[in-house]
Write a protein that binds this ligand. Sequence first.
Ligand code: C2E
Ligand code: CA
Ligand code: CA
Length: 707
Amino acid sequence: MSFYKRFLVPITLILLSASTALIAGLYAMTHQQDARERHREERVVALALAGQIDGLQKVLREYARWDDAAAHAVTGFDAGWLDEQFGLYLHEANGYEANFIVDEQGRTIYAAVHGRRTGDAADRHLGRDYRQALSTAAAQTAGKEISVGGLSVGAHGPLLFAVHRILRSPGSALPRGAPRRYMVVAKEVDEQLALNTKQAAQIAALRLIRRPDPAEAAVPVRTYAGSTIGYYAWAPTTPGTELRHGSMPILAGFVLVLLGLGTIVLRNASTDLRELQASEAKAQHLARHDALTGLPNRRAFNERLVKLAGRDAVYSVLVIDLDGFKEVNDSFGHATGDLLLRRTSERLRRALPPHAYLARPGGDEFFVAWEHGGEAMDHQAAATAIIEAVREPHEFQAEPILVGASVGIAGGAGLEYADVVRRADVAMYAAKSRGRDNWCLYSPTLNDGRRERRELESDLRRAIAAGEISVAFQPIVRSRSGQISGVEALARWSHPTRGAISPDLFIPIAEDSGAIVELGRFVLREACLRARDWPFLLSVNLSPAQFWDRMLVHDVLRTLDECGFPPERLEFEITETYLLRRPDAAEEVIRDLRRHGIKVALDDFGTGYASVGYLRRFEFDKVKLDRSFVEPVVSSPEAADVALAVVALGSALKIPILAEGVETEHHAAILAMAGCEFLQGWFYGMPQSAAEIDTVLAGGANLAAPA
Ligand code: C2E
Ligand code: CA
Ligand code: CA
């Protein structure tokens, strides 16, 4: 789900609803407060109005319950006294405009209006509501204190009135049969009334109006009988609204802060999410790529194969294994090893066409998924391109570094991807066992070789301790005299179930697994012990892994010492590839060996990078011309020329030449003629046991005469 859907929308909604709820809550609360306040004001106003009527009634009661009033208006009648004490007096003292004395039937007995006695009738002057109030009062049972009051619309407008029966002061009753008389007072409703109510209610803007304005608060002004004659209206106090207005900026600020915080949270969340996504993508990349070279890893490669199989593509898998990488790592360190792997991956990428998918499953191995497209794959061309790209010397160190490649190829059509890789792997091992810088196309028979190789690998270490390894000695003769000048020690493995196993098979296995160091020590010790008393040179093969071992010279000298073998009679055979990988270090080791009297021969000359410069530089005691040159020497004149050239070179540099693989007398004759000082081969003797050599020595040590 997107960030938008997961966070932005919900958080925005939460913030919006929170803000809305807050505002709505505030609004509702303040609105309620306004309503409550208005209600209170209305009650206060209503009470203030009622209070005025009440006040009028209270004043009237003081006059109506008065013995003198009863004497002058009920039991007797004195208009003069009434003017003085009631009608005119109340006008002047209290501002009551109209004051009457009426009898039970409502007839006016005395009337004073605006401070003057008149003949006005109370009914007419005070109006309908008064009449109703009077009849209510009259309906009251005798003896009861009667007091009513209210509003009425009189002849001259609205007025407040009060009616009270005239009685004696409390405690003394009117004589029996005394008529019922009532005192009536009225006060016109005017500005003053509104003012009084206003003061009582303490509402500044209160005023009397006819029709209420809905925007304002209003309390109806009702007559005694209940008809509305107007309203008290005022602008209501709205503490809620004020509070709301007062708190709005704070609230707005709060909402803004909330939104701001929300934005920050969202932004942080979005950055976090982006970072998370980025690190996820990185993790994804790491999970599918090799950290060292940046190439796809095994997993990505397998996925690729599954994809190819999924669309029925025709493809091949190539397994590339570096030869000699382990030694580079051991002698130069891992940093150099890593650099070499990176450089190699770059070279492979350049050497391969775009449709070839290159991956590094680990170690010194590379995989290629090669989609054929329209035309069939040229295995030879592909493998050669790879091998050549890999074996090109690396120049990033002071001295060039060399590694090789073994390439196995298997077709992938109709197979499980794991099977294709396994087959290519089998083919790669087959290529490796054929020697370095080789390639091989898978065929079912290879499977056996692969299994065998694995078994041999585990058998080998045990074999040394178990005494299955022995040393054979092959004579080396001087071409001129046929005299034995030395022997080459060759390892032999007599496997308990397999019988004799060829060194061409187990030596590369020992080199790859590291067992070669142990094996080499064993061969040296064994050879020295056996050959101690022989009157000639002992040649022992030295593998790169041994050659790079820092302890080599030390170990060798100790072995020689222990065996009592003179260093001057020992010769090590090394191949060119050892030297090319690290010429400076090699030179140092060779010097060191020679300083102690040990000789060094260059083995298999002509098969590798045959360089005249190296020949001169290392001052070999002997150069062994590879046996692949020997057979052609007799069959083709051109090859003979090459051999002759090599021999000529040797003599020019004053290095004796030895020809290997001399199988016939004819070979021996030609090579001797060509100038080879030493010869070695079946013609002079097979590799044989020490006991056999002893026998030969007893017989005179002359193996064959030169042709
Ligand atoms: P290499 O050093 O070139 O040894 C000579 C090989 O040529 C030996 O094979 C030998 O038996 C064979 N040979 C001798 N004369 C003839 C001949 O007239 N015709 C033919 N076709 N072959 C002949 P081998 O004993 O099978 O050894 C194979 C390789 O294994 C050796 O090649 C050497 O590189 C390696 N090797 C053998 N023993 C040791 C050892 O103790 N240490 C090390 N590091 N490598 C060894
Ligand atoms: Ca050799
Ligand atoms: Ca050789």
